[in-house]
Design a protein around this ligand. Structure first.
Ligand code: FDP
Length: 337
């Protein structure tokens, strides 16, 4: 981690521009998208920070498309991102975990060459208890013809992402993103109101200390998953036991493991045979970041980034984190099949 003096700080804007200059053919559009997202993140952070004070908490009466109870902050974060991004002329459309369909760019604005997919406030069931939540985003290049986005622009495998990232609203607010040249982290300085480079070129340890999984589903797991978890816990004598850490907020669990090493797993279970987490809004962007940091991600059999999406709100199992620990998942799940 670099330590900056007051005069040597690198803002996210400067960093994005410097990265862009490495690509002579770059138009600046992608940089603009990232910068707009950083602004949206600051706006969401300021609301999350005040959530305990403002009368904004609590479930609304509506249920979102995933059938979960929405918290008001989810709706707020969703709206902030849409409003921050819809008028820039850089996007052809957006898709949000909170919306059933593709979100078109309003007719009065220009459209652009990229599609943005996002989970505005992941881990939202934790908001009421002051546990970190996050925003996750994925940027794809438009592949369909015509000015507007087609479903095919959204349903691209994760390897096609041109940028991805997340924001964690924790003890500090951090934004981590990648455009395919490593994963870089920025911490929000609340006094300056700027994201400052704090974690350049993050590298996840080859093997990790932490296992993040919801054990309550053990009785609903298939035997291969149980065998894998026994391996991680050192119960089969084949490796040292990992420490279990499960916040229940994917961004928070992922972020800790990215920095400290480990694996986050949400295997299929009898209640969610296809997994719970969303391929396009959660798993692909975090898999992209993880690979860029030297880690790996699979759905149990296939590299996550190679899974061909078939629907916008598709769910998937996931095992993501340190490369060595994900390889163990491949080995044990493969053997037990
Ligand atoms: P939440 O339901 O609170 O939004 O994205 C869904 C998610 O949180 C992840 O952030 C989290 O890792 C997971 O669900 C927790 O699910 P379980 O309660 O089933 O473990």
């Amino acid at each position: 981690m670099v330590r900056h003096t007051a005069t040597s700080v690198v803002t996210i804007e400067r960093y994005i521009i410097e990265q862009e200059s490495l690509h002579p053919a770059a138009t600046g559009e992608l940089s603009g998208i990232l910068y707009d997202l950083a602004l949206a993140a600051k706006m969401i952070a300021s609301k999350v920070r005040r959530a305990g004070l403002a009368d904004i908490l609590g479930a609304t009466e509506s249920e979102n498309v995933q059938g979960e109870i929405q918290q008001r902050l989810d709706l707020f974060a969703n709206e902030i991102i849409i409003k921050a991004m819809d008028h820039s002329g850089r996007l052809c459309a957006m898709a949000s975990e909170e919306e059933a369909d593709i979100i078109p760019i309003p007719a009065q604005f220009k459209t652009g060459a990229y599609a943005l997919l996002f989970d505005p406030l992941d881990g939202s069931s934790n908001i009421d208890v002051n546990v970190p939540v996050g925003t996750i985003f994925s940027v794809l290049k438009k592949v369909s013809a015509g000015a507007h986005c087609a479903l095919s622009d959204m349903l691209q495998p994760g390897v096609k992402q041109v940028a991805a990232g997340y924001v964690i609203y924790g003890s500090s607010t951090m934004l981590v993103y990648s455009t395919g040249q490593g994963a870089h982290g920025f911490t929000l300085d609340p006094l300056l109101g700027e994201f400052l480079l704090s974690h350049p070129d993050i590298r996840i340890p080859e093997h990790g200390r932490y296992l993040s999984v919801n054990d309550a589903y053990e009785q609903h797991w298939a035997e291969p998953v149980r065998a894998l978890m026994r391996r991680y816990r050192g119960l089969d004598g084949k490796r040292e036991a990992m420490n279990v850490r499960y916040v229940g907020s994917m961004v928070a669990d992922f972020h800790r493991n990215l920095l400290g090493g480990g694996i986050f797993a949400y295997p299929p279970n009898a209640k969610n045979p296809g997994g719970k987490l969303r391929l396009l809004y959660e798993c692909n962007p975090l898999a992209f970041i993880c690979e860029q940091a030297g880690g790996a991600a699979i759905d149990g059999t296939t590299r996550m980034l190679e899974v061909q999406p078939t629907e916008l709100h598709q769910r998937t199992p996931i095992y993501v984190g340190s490369r060595g620990d994900v390889e163990i998942a491949c080995e044990v799940l493969g053997q037990e099949r």
